[in-house]
Design a protein around this ligand. Sequence first.
Ligand code: CP3
Length: 340
Amino acid sequence: MIFVDACFGKKTPYTPIWMMRQAGRYLPEYMKVRGEAGDFLSLCKDPQKACEVTLQPMDILGVDAAILFSDILVVPLEMGMDLRFVKGEGPIFDNPIKNEADLDKLVVEEAAQKLVYVYDTIKLIREKLADDKALIGFCGSPWTLATYMIEGSGTKTYAVVKKLLYSNPEFMHKILKKVTEVLKLYMSKQIESGVNAVMIFDSWAAALEESAFFEFSWEYMKELSSHLKSKYPNIPIIMFPKGISGYLDKIDGDFDVFGVDWSTPIELAKEKLGDKYVLQGNMEPTRLYNQSAIKEGVDKIVNVMQNNRHIFNLGHGILPDIPVENAKYFIKYAQESTKI
Ligand code: CP3
């Protein structure tokens, strides 16, 4: 698999490419299946339909890897939290964690079992996906999941979760530990069901100052990745802490690929981490509105990375109103520009 080879830093005939949120609302085919499922969460819980939308971008765009169709928030959902997706507002947990009793109610082993629809989706995808294409499994980082579980929704200030972090760090750690335990079980089951690589999304990394990032987020991501590496050394691990370009000097750990968001200069990531880790990213997602902006963005990244220790991707998810022909152009142009 060209994608797995690239994750391990092997030379590949061209730089493999996929896009975060590649199965999503910019594709009319996705909207049709989501409509049939009723809503987004029902789609996540329906292995046949989740498999179908996972495979759509393989055929439509010709990307080099599939990413499991699901969401990071199914983990807190199955731990026992009430999750709703509200149009225009995003995810909402009606009963956020406020105290020890709220945390004690949440389950660990049972959550990993209840996520069986994800494992069933993975098995179906692996049956249908071409043998040379990798399937990427994923989860949210403990910190990003805990942020949602404590705030109850997306947030601009992170005031609720950071108030807790600074006023009761022991309790914050207790929450993070519990989430990490679920993720160890969940990601092991994803791997045993057939994913060929895993990615840990730390979307809210940049909410934290440096010392807090390493103590409350990166430590737990590293614990999860070391656990998985020791059990499954052949499964590459991608870490994606978004927006922490100022902290790159202190990044270490037992993983293979570092996801570079769009705001981090690729030269900087290469200088600080390029020898230790393969880099993934970092195309600015809104360049996809315009084909000459795509060309310019790809040329710049190719010029720095030279088809070496790199996986092409956006620096964050594709937006819902990107024209499909521009997404196709990005994939094709990146693949052709990096051919040996
Ligand atoms: O990348 C993929 O194609 C795989 C599927 C995937 C989804 N969410 C599907 C989805 C992945 C990897 C995620 C990760 C995820 N989910 C993250 C981390 C990455 C990031 O974006 O920073 C986060 C923070 C979430 C939580 C989440 N899920 C939010 C905030 C939202 C609403 C915002 C939005 O974009 O609408 C979702 C919904 C969601 N997850 C959609 C998709 C395709 C849109 C749902 C729909 O309306 O169809």
